[in-house]
Design a protein around this ligand. Structure first.
Ligand code: ADP
Ligand code: MG
Length: 238
């Protein structure tokens, strides 16, 4: 579903060039639940933004759904962004003057779905997130966990194939983080590919595969708690 080959990305500010991604090779299969882990500044958000077609890579080949991104028109890329991908952010990105239901319904507004229909669908998705009774509430009346569940409902209302979440638990306490992760796991079990960026070990360990990023390179990949890299770990015998 996703294939990256030798992806490079630099940011240029004034006369400075910052080489952030230094040759990323990665393959993500349909239906996977993966995390991208690494310390602050290692390039996680940059990588996720490239995966989400929110930013362009400089070098290398990115193939999404069998199509090469560089060869694609901006119209086509926008179509993929709106129909194939869903986004979740650390800061929730809810619209403060719209209630929970209207926030969830927003992607359908952009798809020109009639108001009655989109609100009905939004209520169904809020119900799935256990937020049926909160539909009329404004974002500032919701807890962090509730806000993130609204944002997750909004991200799946268009029935995307891939959810990209940048530090989705970054603003939440640990119990709420586990709840939000369980929700993302459920979404994954319904068949959606889920890619989560985090700098928290505990969160990454709730996913099937951990891609460890260090200084713009993949340092190791941990699959089902088995380390698959140059390093080896000793597994305690029963
Ligand atoms: P992470 O998400 O792992 O913390 P980022 O991908 O956000 O890392 O950033 C990697 C590096 O690139 C950091 O040093 C950051 O300051 C820099 N950076 C990120 N975005 C930009 C940008 N738009 N312009 C210039 N530098 C950027
Ligand atoms: Mg980041």
């Amino acid at each position: 579903m996703i294939r990256l080959q030798n992806i490079h990305k630099s940011y240029i500010t004034g006369t400075n060039k910052l080489h952030v991604l230094k040759g990323i090779d990665l393959h993500i299969k349909e239906g996977e639940l993966v995390s991208i882990m690494g310390s602050s500044g290692s390039g996680k958000s940059t990588l996720l933004n490239i995966l989400g077609l929110l930013d362009n890579h400089d070098e290398g080949v990115y193939t999404l759904n069998q199509e090469e991104i560089k060869a694609m028109s901006e119209t086509k890329a926008a179509k993929l962004r709106n129909n194939l991908l869903g986004f979740v952010f650390q800061s929730f990105n809810l619209i403060s003057f719209k209630n929970a239901m209207e926030n969830v319904a927003l992607p359908l507004y952009y798809q020109k779905v009639a108001r009655k229909k989109r609100n009905k669908t939004a209520l169904e998705y809020l119900d799935k997130m256990g937020l049926k009774d909160w539909a009329e509430h404004m974002p500032n009346e919701l807890s962090g966990g509730q806000k993130q569940r609204v944002a997750i409902a909004r991200s799946i209302i268009t029935q995307p194939k891939i959810i990209l979440a940048d530090e989705p638990t970054g603003a939440l306490d640990s119990a709420t983080s586990v709840e939000v992760m369980n929700l993302l796991k459920e979404i994954n079990q319904s068949g959606i590919t889920v890619i989560i960026v985090t700098h928290e070990n505990d969160i990454a360990h709730m996913t099937d595969r951990i891609i460890n990023l260090k200084d713009g390179r993949i340092e190791s990949i941990i699959e089902n708690n088995k380390i698959n890299s140059k390093e080896t770990i000793r597994v305690p015998q029963e």
